[in-house]
Design a protein around this ligand. Structure first.
Ligand SMILES: NC(=O)c1ccc[n+]([C@@H]2O[C@H](COP(=O)([O-])OP(=O)(O)OC[C@H]3O[C@@H](n4cnc5c(N)ncnc54)[C@H](O)[C@@H]3O)[C@@H](O)[C@H]2O)c1
Ligand SMILES: [Zn+2]
Length: 371
């Protein structure tokens, strides 16, 4: 793809449909690319310190001279920013500038900034437009698409939020140049997830591109983002509010969230790393239940290892307790009326929603994993 070209995908949600633009050097063209989606030439850019340092000047330069007036609000990086306190402070700061009803908020950052900004946009003046410019691989392939927004509370992650779709997602591959390798890998776990859910040929292709991914090939990365966004867009279009099929996107997440909760959100375990281990647990569990072949389990593990992702509990921590993990699973907001719902698999690309999973078998599985 030549540097000035980009791919456009659409999230089809009737009147709330929106495009995802995927390409290189898009941020420097933001003035031209954003303008058609702004009801008023007035925006607030929400970002974090790391991203501001690396990319805010490019966005500011792109907006200057276009007549688009902007203010930038720079927040501390990290999960702690998805808080009530930051939500209040962002809204108060924006309100101090007396925003018009038709302003647009721009989330320039990873999932933390995207989730907080989307939620702020849904509440500001009872709802203003917002645009996602995701800057991590995870946010490009997952959190910027689909309209889940929110913040954390002391009772758990993402417990306060709304479904609120953006006007536009601008996924600029060039922004990933400054992303730490570990963050890139964490996002890659969500890419693999789409293959494991229902696209076995995509998984095969990912395996065939291991070397290219490991050396940071941009064209390959771009195709990974396109296929992932397309996969997510289709699932979201079919089930926006997670009444059914959207739950498949939680493959690896019931286990993963429990790991994150037990480890605490202190940066020792990134979300995508937890998802990588969680997906392995889902596959190993499926195999133990006689649903999935052992050879598929091994193929998934081999691939995750080949790119450098963790696959087992002891890759990240050396002391585990089955009770803690089970308790964390029961606290997940995806648990309804005390029953555990898991996304299990009949093989690579054959994930399904398993309701009412027997807690005894989950405990046995965890105890075996802990050893
Ligand atoms: N809304 C959804 O559907 C959804 C889906 C998945 C995850 N999430 C949420 O996303 C969040 C995680 O998102 P994330 O993994 O993007 O984390 P993040 O936003 O915390 O970003 C990770 C780190 O990378 C830095 N960073 C971001 N872009 C950079 C760049 N281009 N160059 C250099 N540094 C950069 C950030 O400052 C931060 O330190 C979690 O809060 C999770 O709950 C939401
Ligand atoms: Zn995830």
């Amino acid at each position: 793809m030549s540097p000035d070209r980009f791919t456009t995908l659409t999230v089809s949600l009737g009147a709330r449909s929106y495009p995802i633009l995927i390409g290189e050097q898009l941020l420097s063209r933001a003035g031209e690319l954003l303008a058609p989606h702004l009801p008023l030439k007035r925006v607030f850019i929400i970002t974090d310190e790391h991203v501001a340092k690396a990319h805010l000047p490019t966005l500011q330069a792109a907006l200057s001279g276009t007549g688009i007036r902007y203010e930038a609000i720079i927040l501390p990086p990290g999960e702690q920013t998805k808080s009530f306190a930051m939500f209040e402070s962002v809204l108060t700061e924006i309100l101090s500038h007396k925003p018009e009803r038709k302003v647009t908020l721009i989330a320039l950052g990873g999932g933390v900034i995207g989730d907080l900004t989307g939620f702020a946009a849904s509440a500001l003046l009872r709802g203003v437009g917002f645009i996602q410019i995701p800057t991590t691989l995870l946010s490009q392939v997952d959190s910027s698409v689909g309209g889940k927004t929110g913040i954390n509370s002391k009772h758990g992650k993402n417990l306060i939020g709304s479904f609120y779709q953006p006007q536009l997602v601008l996924a600029d591959m060039s922004l990933l140049d400054t992303l730490p390798k570990r963050e890139l890998l964490a996002g890659y776990a969500e890419v693999v997830k789409y293959g494991l859910i229902n696209q076995p040929e995509f998984f095969d292709w990912l395996v065939s591109q291991e070397a290219a991914f490991n050396r940071g090939d941009k064209a390959i990365l771009s195709r990974m983002v396109e296929t992932s966004c397309q996969a997510k867009a289709e699932i979201v279009a079919a089930d926006e509010h997670e009444g059914g099929v959207r739950a498949l996107l939680n493959l690896g997440h019931t286990f993963g969230h429990a790991l994150e909760k037990v480890m605490g959100y202190d940066g020792r375990l990134l979300h995508g790393e937890a998802v990588a281990i969680g997906m392995m647990q889902a596959f190993r569990f499926s195999s133990r239940l006689g649903l999935c072949s052992e050879s598929d389990v091994q193929r998934v593990e081999k691939h995750l290892k080949a790119v450098g992702l963790p696959t087992g509990l002891y890759d990240i921590h050396d002391r585990w307790n089955a009770n803690d993990l089970l308790e964390a699973m029961y606290q997940d907001k995806k648990v309804s009326a005390g029953t555990l719902t898991f996304i299990l698999a009949k093989g690579i690309g054959k994930a399904f929603i398993a309701k009412d999973v027997d807690p005894v078998s989950v405990r046995t599985m965890l105890e075996e994993e802990i050893g």
